[in-house]
Design a protein around this ligand. Structure first.
Ligand code: HEM
Length: 485
């Protein structure tokens, strides 16, 4: 007797052999998967292409049920060969398979980035706020590079204790490696991932262009991880290094021969800025976009800042409880468009069943974070940018509208940099609102250039480039920035 075929979660009907190869989206996957979820009336949807299964959780309940309640099955990561082995991103520990090595990385990282520990980085985060505001005065149209620089340098400062200046070669290395990674990820599914045998092709083999590109890419990634680490280690050995995350790793290993642990330490440190810069930058770009499109929201927060902080100092983390409008903007920015709408691909470690459907071992499992933060039952009219949804009529934070913590992922692989980045983003947003108005750039006829809320379509989804001008709110604001620099 033939066995009944497996019942997979619902999804589009595929072609023989190729399956859903042409249905699986390479762009805007979060929109497509939510549409499937609605069409098939299911929280979890499924597709299969060339024998690979893809399963997507589209609701908070499904994501929690699987990622949080069944961590031993869903905490592994898919291993894209091209990206990890050939391009050298195996060093980024966020891609490590679930197991002892990942556990060791997570434990060491968590020790220095847990809620009780992140306050040690406040001085560096405050320096980044001030540097950013000064840069906005100096180059008001270069706001996007200014943001990238301030965010990247605050992470490098926390991790390697160096205060970068614009144009610093270590920041450039991070930029170039991040751009190369974007290129690889944007290129979609690499043949080499579907047919891993291809990775054994010699570099001169016709059609092996991807391998030649990967060699260049890998050199860049290696430099990005190695150069700042060995520079810091050399200063540490001479006794001239300032305390920081890497310093703590090296001091805790005092007396041991750390050369054996160099890979571990450099991967931990390098991953902090690889994982933290583009994500935080994406959120800050959404913030600028929203403040440009909804100036009334910015004015409401500015009134609050004027009242609570006044004109003589910049806002600090101690002001958070008195600035609900700014906090509501930060929450809404995260909810409205998160930079990682599908997080990163996980992998099912064993066969499983959910709500009567079969999820085979080896499936790529995605969390549709965008669909979760756009669930109209929790956030009515979810496509509108409305920080007021988090506020009561008298301007206090509501406790019945949840913080959109899905943006940091779920379960054991939840973002361990979230406490650090929440502090950074608050300081940067509050600092900008207190001192600048964000206005549209003008064309050659003096007419404001129209800006639309459009986002990149890929795994990492910041807003598409747009122009904006930062204008100091007053002469007092300008003087304040200059006096703090
Ligand atoms: C707003 C900014 C950020 C967002 C939205 C964000 C989002 C995320 C998400 C969704 C994940 C989980 C990925 C998954 O399970 O597939 C993650 C993991 C991770 N994030 Fe973040 N992140 C941010 C900032 C940061 C920062 C600043 C750091 C470092 C200081 C950081 C370090 C990491 C690391 C190391 C992991 C991997 C954890 C693991 O695999 O166990 N992130 N992040």
């Amino acid at each position: 007797r033939r066995r009944a075929p497996h019942r997979y979660p619902p999804g589009p009907k595929g072609l023989p052999v190729l399956g859903n190869l042409f249905d699986v989206p390479t762009d805007d996957g979060w929109l497509v998967f939510r549409e499937w979820s609605r069409r098939y009336g299911s929280d979890v949807v499924h597709a299969e292409a060339l024998g690979k299964h893809i399963v997507v959780m589209n609701t908070l309940k499904a994501a929690k049920d699987l990622f949080e309640d069944r961590p031993s099955i869903y905490s592994d990561k898919d291993q894209p060969v091209m990206f990890l082995e050939l391009c050298g991103w195996w060093r980024a520990w966020l891609m490590l398979p679930y197991g002892d090595s990942w556990r060791m990385h997570r434990k060491l990282f968590h020790q220095s980035f847990r809620p009780q520990a992140v306050s040690q980085y406040r001085p560096q985060q405050v320096v980044a706020q001030r540097k950013l505001l000064q840069l906005m005065l100096d180059k008001p149209e270069g706001y996007s590079e200014n943001l990238r620089f301030a965010i990247g340098s605050s992470i490098l400062n926390a991790v390697f204790a160096f205060e970068a200046t614009p144009g610093d070669r270590r920041i450039k290395l991070v930029e170039e490696a991040a751009q190369a990674a974007q290129h690889v990820v944007h290129a979609g599914v690499f043949l080499v991932d579907v047919f891993p045998i291809l990775k054994h092709l010699p570099t001169w083999f016709p059609g092996a262009g991807f391998k030649r590109r990967a060699v260049v890419h890998k050199e860049l990634v290696e430099k990005m991880f190695k150069i700042p680490y060995f520079e810091y280690k050399s200063a540490f050995n001479k006794g001239t290094a300032q305390p920081c995350f890497t310093g703590k790793l090296l001091s805790d290993a005092d007396g041991e021969d750390t050369s054996e642990r160099d890979d571990l330490f450099m991967n931990l440190a390098g991953t902090a800025y690889a994982a933290g810069t583009d994500t935080t930058y994406g959120v800050m770009m959404v913030f600028v976009l929203a403040m440009l499109l909804y100036p009334e929201t910015a004015s409401a927060a500015q009134k609050e800042l004027d009242c609570v902080v006044g004109p003589d100092r910049l806002p600090g983390l101690a002001d958070q409880d008195s600035l609900p409008q700014v906090i509501a903007i930060l929450r809404e920015v995260l909810r409205w468009h998160t930079p990682l709408p599908l997080a990163t691909p996980h992998r099912a470690m064993s066969d499983d069943h959910y709500e009567g459907c079969y999820i085979p071992e080896g499936s790529i499992v995605l969390q549709n974070i965008w669909a979760i933060t756009h669930d109209e039952n929790t956030y009515p009219d979810p496509d509108s940018f409305s920080p007021r949804r988090f506020l009561t009529l008298d301007g206090k934070l509501r406790d019945d509208v949840p913080f959109p913590d899905a943006v940091f992922g779920f379960g054991r692989r939840v973002c361990p940099g979230r406490y650090f980045t929440m502090d950074s983003m608050f300081l940067l947003m509050a600092g900008i609102l207190a001192t600048f108005n964000i206005e549209p750039a003008l064309d050659e006829h003096g007419v404001p250039i129209e800006v639309r809320a459009e986002f990149e379509h890929h795994l990492l989804s910041p807003p598409k480039p747009f122009r904006a001008v930062f204008k100091p709110r007053s002469e007092d604001a300008r003087r304040l920035i200059q006096s703090c620099a």
